[in-house]
Design a protein around this ligand. Structure first.
Ligand SMILES: NC(=O)C1=CN([C@@H]2O[C@H](COP(=O)(O)OP(=O)(O)OC[C@H]3O[C@@H](n4cnc5c(N)ncnc54)[C@H](OP(=O)(O)O)[C@@H]3O)[C@@H](O)[C@H]2O)C=CC1
Ligand SMILES: O=C(O)[C@@H]1CCC=N1
Length: 272
């Protein structure tokens, strides 16, 4: 486990930063007094302090200089100025982890002092409920111990796999953005049941549990999704009618395209 006395700091305490902080506290990776967050927006920080008991500052340097592991959770578009201002606070004993979409490891390695240990991670918002799916790509100065540390942190808030940097944009398009592809599907399936007369609350509960159950079944049985689909689909039954409707609508191609478009956008963000 990560040494509980190590200090983890976040630069950026927005949606993803706060999701990870909640997951980190829930998983007891470090004690609240060893977790810090900096953000330009003070109300976010005050909420987090009240909720999680962590250290906060509107000054990035205060959090950066106090941290052994610094997690950059600002928007890719903001990152350039944040790195420029952090330069003086980054020493070789710190591990830098960035979750910014698209931004290549070389950007950090060029902007920060020579030899800085950097790891690029793409988690997702389900870190809030300890079910994130994260890809981890180490930079050229990161040590095997650093990779272990990153895997420990992100495995504690879900599932984490090491990937090569060249695949990080696809991780972003699939699991980074993916929750936003699934939420509307849960809503739309519930809408179908509401149209048939079910109350909204029951429809949303049954729809979400159906997605959760299907995902859990696949992960726990290790069976191929096609085989699992066949287990539900009785000849001339109900399910095959629904499957036919999805195929007619081109839903598989639409989902492939969603992942491809998000991946392309991640690549674009990396070129800025
Ligand atoms: N949201 C998600 O599901 C995921 C996001 N990511 C990545 O995480 C990063 C953050 O995304 P997200 O949490 O959604 O974005 P948010 O905008 O919610 O969070 C970023 C936070 O950083 C603050 N901020 C802006 N400038 C600075 C600065 N100079 N110093 C410190 N803090 C600053 C923002 O304040 P203000 O709003 O006032 O500008 C905001 O509170 C992005 O790089 C994104 O690609 C990765 C995986 C999933
Ligand atoms: O939409 C975005 O750019 C971020 C990165 C992955 C999820 N949200």
């Amino acid at each position: 486990m990560v040494d509980q006395n190590r200090k983890i700091g976040f630069i950026g305490a927005g949606k993803m930063g706060s999701a990870l902080m909640q997951g980190i506290i829930k998983a007891e990776i470090v004690k609240p007094e060893n977790l810090g967050a900096a953000d330009v927006y003070e109300p976010f920080l005050n909420d987090l302090k009240a909720k999680l008991g962590i250290n906060i500052s509107t000054d990035n340097s205060v959090i950066a200089s106090a941290s052994d592991i610094l997690i950059l959770a600002v928007k890719p578009q903001t990152l350039g100025s944040v790195l420029e201002n952090l330069k003086a606070d980054i020493t070789s004993d710190k591990l830098i982890i960035s979750i910014a979409a698209g931004v290549p490891l070389s950007t950090y390695e060029n902007a920060l002092p020579a030899g800085t240990r950097v790891i690029r991670v793409m988690p997702n918002i389900a870190a809030t409920v300890s079910e994130a799916a994260s890809g981890i790509a180490p930079g050229k100065n990161a040590t095997p111990e650093d990779v272990k540390t990153a895997l420990e942190i992100f495995s504690a808030v879900g599932t984490a796999v090491q990937v090569s940097e060249s695949i990080m944009d696809a991780v972003t398009g699939l699991s980074g953005s993916g929750p936003a592809f699934i939420f509307p599907i849960i809503e739309a399936m519930a809408d179908g049941a509401v149209l048939e007369g079910m109350d909204r609350k029951s429809a949303l509960t049954l729809s979400a549990q159906t997605v959760l159950g299907a995902a859990k079944m696949m992960l726990e049985t290790g069976l191929h999704p096609g085989e699992l689909k066949d287990m539900v689909t009785s000849p001339a039954g109900t399910t095959i009618q629904g499957v036919h409707a999805l195929e007619e609508a081109g839903v598989r191609a639409a989902f492939m395209n969603a992942v491809i478009r998000a991946t392309e956008r991640s690549r674009e963000l990396g070129k800025k």
